[in-house]
Design a protein around this ligand. Structure first.
Ligand SMILES: [Fe+2]
Ligand SMILES: [Fe+2]
Length: 227
């Protein structure tokens, strides 16, 4: 697991993101919308879980995962409102206007989902086992990214003296990652390593695009503000 975490942490797109984030965080107008984008992504993650998971598979950990991701969406939404001085206007919905490149950012999750679906199409799974396998595989690689992203973001928040922290979210994501690590290994057995290598490679392409749309979205919103 540490091998994937290190691989993802050291990618050039993470360096680009580290260079972009302080500029966004310094401008509450942009920062609030970026936090709202993160909230939208947590929400879309919940929606995917609700759709993918079958009642025959849903245990205590599964319900807890859904609730915790929904709580992340809520915490981030509240943080976005806080950044705008307690006013909801500007981050009220998850629309393109109220987010920083919300549609492009959501495309990351859709891309990961599709990539996992393709990888799994080579394996022998029927529904609902296929949806369950996709849930585990896509959650695993997204949690690896979350574990690289949230500490970097937390550092930027602290450096800027931001009025909120993402430490508690990171703690949940670390637990989810450990659970997904265990369960994907159980499910995929010998195929695990090959599948993970391919899935992490797919996710990395999607995340590179995510960094691009966030950076471009920030530049565009700033230009609109100044015009
Ligand atoms: Fe989350
Ligand atoms: Fe999570």
């Amino acid at each position: 697991m540490e091998r994937y975490a290190a691989l993802v942490r050291n990618q050039p797109c993470m360096e680009r993101l580290a260079a972009t984030l302080p500029g966004i965080v310094a401008e509450p107008f942009l920062h609030a919308r970026m936090v709202n984008t993160l909230s939208r992504m947590e929400y879309v993650g919940v929606r995917k879980m609700l759709k993918a998971r079958h009642v025959d598979q849903l245990d205590l950990d599964g319900v807890q995962h859904i609730v915790e991701e929904a709580t992340h969406a809520l915490r981030l939404k509240k943080a976005a409102v806080k950044l705008l001085g307690g006013v909801e206007d500007g981050v009220r919905t998850y629309s393109e206007e109220d987010t920083l490149a919300g549609d492009g950012a959501e495309a990351y999750l859709q891309g990961v989902d599709r990539g996992c679906e393709e990888l799994l199409s080579n394996l022998d799974f029927d529904e609902p086992a296929r949806s369950e396998a996709n849930y585990l595989l896509s959650s695993f690689i997204i949690e690896i990214r979350a574990e690289a992203f949230y500490p970097m973001y937390e550092q930027v928040l602290q450096d800027a003296g931001a009025p909120f922290s993402v430490r508690s979210i990171l703690k949940d994501e670390e637990r989810h990652l450990a659970e997904m690590f265990e369960r994907t290994q159980e499910l995929f057995g010998d195929a695990w390593r090959e599948l993970m290598d391919a899935a992490v490679a797919e996710e990395s392409v999607c995340f590179e695009s995510w960094v691009d749309v966030i950076s471009q979205g920030a530049a565009q919103k700033l230009a609109n503000l100044q015009s």
